[in-house]
Ligand binder design. Structure first.
Ligand SMILES: [Fe+2]
Length: 250
């Protein structure tokens, strides 16, 4: 009998846990670019290397490679650095496929300064899709996250998320809100905020979209947040997609 996606992912987590920091919902692997990273970092943080927000749905790996070749800016970084970045993004996609085989990928990529708009949240994949994806931040401040053992319940978390969304929708004035301030709404008192180092890929569990908002166990989705300040960052988020012939994102 063939293994289910969950069984394959559990096996990958077992293999990885011997050599990597591991959590039931996330595991971390540091793999710097094979070229000096200063060139890329300086180009991003001086805002000369700019990638607008792209959200590329349901592409296969060869299409993803073509998309990157066509859309990654070719200046002001050298061809060597650009090629290294392209290869690195594809490597992350291949690792996602190793953890939970997926034919279809969704890529979100952008350079942007952090803002206070995005608080703690969980990422989703289409219903039935494999749930392990990845985020890599190449420079600046890394992603913030909380461990599932520190979360009181997902019901409390989603209520917190709804309050944050309402606040954002009403465009209430920014009162210096930062993710840290609301932690007690859904976390235990001793909870701490962890950081992913730039250059480290966080492979993490998404929640199937049809379960988002439900009171599911805390170890089924990675609660994380962008930082609220710092220089412009290059962020790459890769997750399993769905066959576009059977699923249309809305
Ligand atoms: Fe996210």
């Amino acid at each position: 009998m063939s293994k289910s996606n969950d069984e394959r992912a559990a096996h990958a987590v077992d293999v990885w846990s011997g050599e990597n920091r591991c959590d039931p919902v996330a595991m971390f692997r540091h793999h710097p670019l094979v070229v000096p990273e200063e060139e890329l970092t300086q180009a991003i943080e001086s805002e000369r290397f700019i990638i607008p927000r792209y959200d590329v749905f349901d592409v296969e790996l060869p299409t993803l490679a073509n998309w990157l070749e066509f859309n990654l800016p070719s200046s002001p970084i050298s061809k060597e650095t650009r090629d290294a970045l392209l290869s690195d993004i594809l490597y992350v996609a291949q690792q996602v496929d190793t953890i939970n085989p997926t034919k279809w990928f969704r890529l979100r990529i952008f350079t942007e300064r952090p803002t206070t708009r995005c608080g703690f949240h969980v990422d989703t994949v289409p219903p039935g899709a494999p749930t392990w994806g990845a985020i890599k931040v190449y420079n600046g401040t890394g992603t913030l996250w909380v461990s599932p053992k520190d979360v009181r319940s997902m019901d409390l978390f989603y209520r917190h998320l709804q309050r944050h969304e309402n606040h954002r929708r009403l465009q209430l004035p920014d009162q210096g809100h930062s993710p840290c301030e609301n932690l007690t709404e859904f976390c235990l008192p001793y909870a701490t905020i962890n950081h992913v180092e730039p250059g480290t890929t966080a492979f993490f569990k998404h929640i199937n979209a049809d379960r988002h908002g439900s009171d599911h166990p805390t170890d089924q989705a990675w609660i994380h947040s962008s930082p609220s300040d710092g220089p412009s960052r290059l962020v790459v988020n890769l997750s399993p997609g769905a066959n576009p012939a059977r699923y249309r994102p809305t």
